[in-house]
Write a protein that binds this ligand. Structure first.
Ligand SMILES: C[S@@+](CC[C@H](N)C(=O)[O-])C[C@H]1O[C@@H](n2cnc3c(N)ncnc32)[C@H](O)[C@@H]1O
Length: 211
Protein backbone atom coordinates (compact mmCIF):
# COMPACT_ATOMS: atom_id res chain seq x y z
CA UNK A 1 0.00 0.00 0.00
CA UNK A 2 -0.47 2.22 -1.82
CA UNK A 3 -0.98 -0.20 -4.68
CA UNK A 4 0.33 2.21 -7.30
CA UNK A 5 2.54 5.25 -7.08
CA UNK A 6 2.52 7.41 -10.21
CA UNK A 7 5.99 8.13 -11.55
CA UNK A 8 5.53 11.88 -11.72
CA UNK A 9 3.48 13.64 -9.07
CA UNK A 10 3.87 17.27 -8.28
CA UNK A 11 5.13 18.01 -4.80
CA UNK A 12 2.87 21.05 -4.55
CA UNK A 13 1.90 23.12 -1.57
CA UNK A 14 -1.43 21.28 -1.21
CA UNK A 15 0.29 17.95 -0.87
CA UNK A 16 2.76 19.20 1.72
CA UNK A 17 -0.05 20.92 3.60
CA UNK A 18 -2.05 17.70 3.89
CA UNK A 19 1.03 15.63 4.72
CA UNK A 20 1.57 17.94 7.69
CA UNK A 21 -2.10 17.98 8.64
CA UNK A 22 -2.69 14.21 8.45
CA UNK A 23 -1.76 13.28 12.06
CA UNK A 24 -4.13 15.94 13.47
CA UNK A 25 -6.83 15.92 10.80
CA UNK A 26 -9.41 13.77 12.60
CA UNK A 27 -8.99 15.73 15.82
CA UNK A 28 -9.26 19.12 14.10
CA UNK A 29 -12.42 18.08 12.28
CA UNK A 30 -14.05 16.49 15.33
CA UNK A 31 -16.32 19.43 16.24
CA UNK A 32 -17.71 19.68 12.68
CA UNK A 33 -17.97 15.90 12.53
CA UNK A 34 -20.10 15.85 15.70
CA UNK A 35 -22.30 18.74 14.62
CA UNK A 36 -23.00 17.72 11.01
CA UNK A 37 -20.32 16.06 8.88
CA UNK A 38 -20.83 12.50 10.11
CA UNK A 39 -24.57 12.76 9.44
CA UNK A 40 -24.00 14.06 5.91
CA UNK A 41 -21.39 11.37 5.16
CA UNK A 42 -24.19 8.76 5.24
CA UNK A 43 -25.68 10.43 2.15
CA UNK A 44 -22.53 10.30 0.06
CA UNK A 45 -22.63 6.69 -1.13
CA UNK A 46 -26.36 6.00 -0.82
CA UNK A 47 -27.54 4.37 -4.04
CA UNK A 48 -24.10 4.36 -5.71
CA UNK A 49 -23.44 0.63 -5.20
CA UNK A 50 -23.48 -2.05 -7.85
CA UNK A 51 -20.41 -1.07 -9.88
CA UNK A 52 -16.82 0.11 -9.39
CA UNK A 53 -16.57 3.33 -7.35
CA UNK A 54 -13.81 5.93 -7.14
CA UNK A 55 -13.48 7.97 -3.96
CA UNK A 56 -11.42 11.08 -4.64
CA UNK A 57 -9.38 12.58 -1.77
CA UNK A 58 -10.25 9.76 0.61
CA UNK A 59 -8.20 11.39 3.38
CA UNK A 60 -8.14 9.39 6.61
CA UNK A 61 -10.99 7.23 5.30
CA UNK A 62 -13.89 8.70 7.25
CA UNK A 63 -16.34 7.61 4.55
CA UNK A 64 -15.19 3.99 4.54
CA UNK A 65 -17.97 2.87 6.96
CA UNK A 66 -20.46 4.14 4.35
CA UNK A 67 -18.94 2.44 1.30
CA UNK A 68 -21.48 0.01 -0.16
CA UNK A 69 -20.43 -3.40 1.17
CA UNK A 70 -20.82 -5.27 -2.11
CA UNK A 71 -18.96 -2.82 -4.36
CA UNK A 72 -15.23 -2.44 -5.07
CA UNK A 73 -14.02 1.02 -4.07
CA UNK A 74 -10.75 2.63 -5.13
CA UNK A 75 -9.68 5.53 -2.90
CA UNK A 76 -7.15 8.06 -4.13
CA UNK A 77 -5.36 10.83 -2.28
CA UNK A 78 -2.39 13.07 -2.91
CA UNK A 79 -1.08 12.53 0.63
CA UNK A 80 0.62 9.30 1.62
CA UNK A 81 0.14 10.01 5.32
CA UNK A 82 -3.61 10.40 4.77
CA UNK A 83 -3.67 7.10 2.87
CA UNK A 84 -1.83 5.30 5.68
CA UNK A 85 -4.58 6.38 8.05
CA UNK A 86 -7.25 5.31 5.60
CA UNK A 87 -5.56 1.90 5.36
CA UNK A 88 -5.53 1.51 9.15
CA UNK A 89 -9.21 2.47 9.32
CA UNK A 90 -10.17 0.00 6.57
CA UNK A 91 -8.32 -2.76 8.44
CA UNK A 92 -10.01 -1.88 11.74
CA UNK A 93 -13.40 -2.03 10.05
CA UNK A 94 -12.58 -5.16 8.05
CA UNK A 95 -13.36 -3.34 4.78
CA UNK A 96 -11.50 -3.76 1.50
CA UNK A 97 -10.50 -0.56 -0.26
CA UNK A 98 -7.85 -0.26 -2.95
CA UNK A 99 -5.77 2.79 -2.03
CA UNK A 100 -3.79 4.68 -4.66
CA UNK A 101 -1.48 7.65 -4.20
CA UNK A 102 -2.63 9.92 -7.00
CA UNK A 103 -3.41 13.48 -7.94
CA UNK A 104 -7.01 13.88 -9.11
CA UNK A 105 -5.69 16.25 -11.76
CA UNK A 106 -3.88 13.32 -13.42
CA UNK A 107 -5.67 10.11 -12.47
CA UNK A 108 -3.81 6.91 -13.34
CA UNK A 109 -6.95 5.14 -14.62
CA UNK A 110 -8.33 4.33 -18.05
CA UNK A 111 -11.20 6.31 -19.58
CA UNK A 112 -14.60 5.08 -18.47
CA UNK A 113 -13.22 2.65 -15.89
CA UNK A 114 -15.59 3.61 -13.02
CA UNK A 115 -19.36 3.40 -12.67
CA UNK A 116 -19.49 6.10 -10.01
CA UNK A 117 -17.31 8.61 -8.19
CA UNK A 118 -17.66 10.46 -4.90
CA UNK A 119 -15.83 13.08 -2.89
CA UNK A 120 -16.31 14.92 0.38
CA UNK A 121 -14.68 18.27 1.12
CA UNK A 122 -12.04 17.83 -1.58
CA UNK A 123 -12.62 20.26 -4.43
CA UNK A 124 -12.06 23.17 -2.04
CA UNK A 125 -8.42 22.02 -1.88
CA UNK A 126 -7.53 20.72 -5.35
CA UNK A 127 -5.23 23.27 -6.97
CA UNK A 128 -7.04 23.28 -10.33
CA UNK A 129 -10.53 22.03 -9.48
CA UNK A 130 -11.87 22.10 -13.06
CA UNK A 131 -8.92 19.99 -14.24
CA UNK A 132 -9.60 17.53 -11.38
CA UNK A 133 -13.30 17.38 -12.19
CA UNK A 134 -12.50 16.81 -15.88
CA UNK A 135 -10.43 13.83 -14.79
CA UNK A 136 -13.37 12.51 -12.74
CA UNK A 137 -15.54 12.82 -15.86
CA UNK A 138 -12.93 11.06 -18.01
CA UNK A 139 -12.67 8.01 -15.76
CA UNK A 140 -16.46 7.69 -15.41
CA UNK A 141 -18.24 5.52 -17.92
CA UNK A 142 -20.88 7.24 -20.08
CA UNK A 143 -23.98 7.43 -17.90
CA UNK A 144 -21.85 7.16 -14.75
CA UNK A 145 -22.74 9.17 -11.64
CA UNK A 146 -20.63 11.48 -9.51
CA UNK A 147 -21.65 12.73 -6.08
CA UNK A 148 -19.96 15.63 -4.35
CA UNK A 149 -20.38 16.63 -0.70
CA UNK A 150 -18.63 19.97 -0.75
CA UNK A 151 -18.61 23.42 0.76
CA UNK A 152 -18.53 26.34 -1.64
CA UNK A 153 -19.11 30.05 -2.07
CA UNK A 154 -22.51 31.15 -0.74
CA UNK A 155 -25.10 32.44 -3.17
CA UNK A 156 -25.94 35.17 -0.67
CA UNK A 157 -23.91 38.15 -2.00
CA UNK A 158 -22.97 39.40 1.46
CA UNK A 159 -21.88 36.03 2.77
CA UNK A 160 -20.04 35.34 -0.50
CA UNK A 161 -18.15 38.63 -0.19
CA UNK A 162 -17.22 37.76 3.39
CA UNK A 163 -15.92 34.38 2.22
CA UNK A 164 -13.82 36.19 -0.44
CA UNK A 165 -12.41 38.43 2.25
CA UNK A 166 -11.53 35.61 4.66
CA UNK A 167 -10.32 33.18 2.02
CA UNK A 168 -6.61 34.16 1.94
CA UNK A 169 -6.42 33.65 5.72
CA UNK A 170 -8.24 30.29 5.74
CA UNK A 171 -6.25 29.07 2.73
CA UNK A 172 -3.04 29.29 4.79
CA UNK A 173 -4.40 26.35 6.81
CA UNK A 174 -5.80 24.33 3.91
CA UNK A 175 -9.00 24.72 1.93
CA UNK A 176 -10.40 27.63 -0.04
CA UNK A 177 -13.81 28.73 1.21
CA UNK A 178 -15.03 30.62 -1.86
CA UNK A 179 -14.83 28.03 -4.62
CA UNK A 180 -17.67 28.09 -7.17
CA UNK A 181 -17.89 24.32 -7.17
CA UNK A 182 -21.26 23.98 -8.92
CA UNK A 183 -19.98 26.07 -11.84
CA UNK A 184 -16.71 24.11 -11.81
CA UNK A 185 -18.61 20.82 -12.09
CA UNK A 186 -20.47 22.19 -15.11
CA UNK A 187 -17.27 23.61 -16.65
CA UNK A 188 -15.74 20.14 -16.43
CA UNK A 189 -18.50 18.82 -18.69
CA UNK A 190 -20.57 17.03 -16.06
CA UNK A 191 -24.33 17.51 -15.98
CA UNK A 192 -25.88 18.55 -12.65
CA UNK A 193 -28.68 16.10 -11.87
CA UNK A 194 -29.61 17.20 -8.38
CA UNK A 195 -28.45 19.70 -5.84
CA UNK A 196 -29.34 19.43 -2.18
CA UNK A 197 -28.55 22.27 0.19
CA UNK A 198 -27.49 20.83 3.52
CA UNK A 199 -26.63 24.09 5.26
CA UNK A 200 -27.59 27.29 3.42
CA UNK A 201 -25.99 27.33 -0.05
CA UNK A 202 -22.54 26.71 1.43
CA UNK A 203 -22.69 22.98 2.18
CA UNK A 204 -24.27 21.03 -0.66
CA UNK A 205 -24.67 17.47 -1.88
CA UNK A 206 -24.49 17.50 -5.66
CA UNK A 207 -25.35 14.64 -8.00
CA UNK A 208 -23.83 14.93 -11.45
CA UNK A 209 -23.69 12.63 -14.41
CA UNK A 210 -21.49 11.94 -17.40
CA UNK A 211 -23.42 12.06 -20.64
C1 LIG B 1 -10.34 18.35 3.65
S1 LIG B 1 -9.62 16.79 3.28
C2 LIG B 1 -11.06 15.73 3.11
C3 LIG B 1 -10.71 14.28 3.33
C4 LIG B 1 -11.91 13.32 3.27
N1 LIG B 1 -12.52 13.31 1.98
C5 LIG B 1 -12.93 13.64 4.33
O1 LIG B 1 -14.10 13.87 4.00
O2 LIG B 1 -12.56 13.62 5.51
C6 LIG B 1 -9.09 16.96 1.60
C7 LIG B 1 -8.36 15.74 1.08
O3 LIG B 1 -8.13 15.91 -0.33
C8 LIG B 1 -6.80 15.51 -0.61
N2 LIG B 1 -6.37 16.20 -1.83
C9 LIG B 1 -6.10 17.53 -1.98
N3 LIG B 1 -5.72 17.78 -3.24
C10 LIG B 1 -5.77 16.60 -3.90
C11 LIG B 1 -5.49 16.21 -5.24
N4 LIG B 1 -5.08 17.10 -6.14
N5 LIG B 1 -5.63 14.92 -5.59
C12 LIG B 1 -6.04 14.00 -4.65
N6 LIG B 1 -6.33 14.30 -3.37
C13 LIG B 1 -6.19 15.59 -3.00
C14 LIG B 1 -6.01 15.89 0.63
O4 LIG B 1 -4.79 15.21 0.74
C15 LIG B 1 -7.01 15.54 1.74
O5 LIG B 1 -6.87 14.21 2.14
Amino acid sequence: MPARVPRRMKLGLDRRRYERLAPFYDLLELPMELVAFSRWRRLLFAGLGGGRILEVGIGTGKNIPHHPGDTPVVGVDISLRMLRRAKARAERLGRRVELVLADVEALPFRDGSFDAAASSYVFCSVENPVRGLEEVRRVLRPGGRARFLEHMRSENPLVGALQDLLNPLVHILGPEINRRTLENIRSAGLRILRERRLLTSIFRLVDAGRR
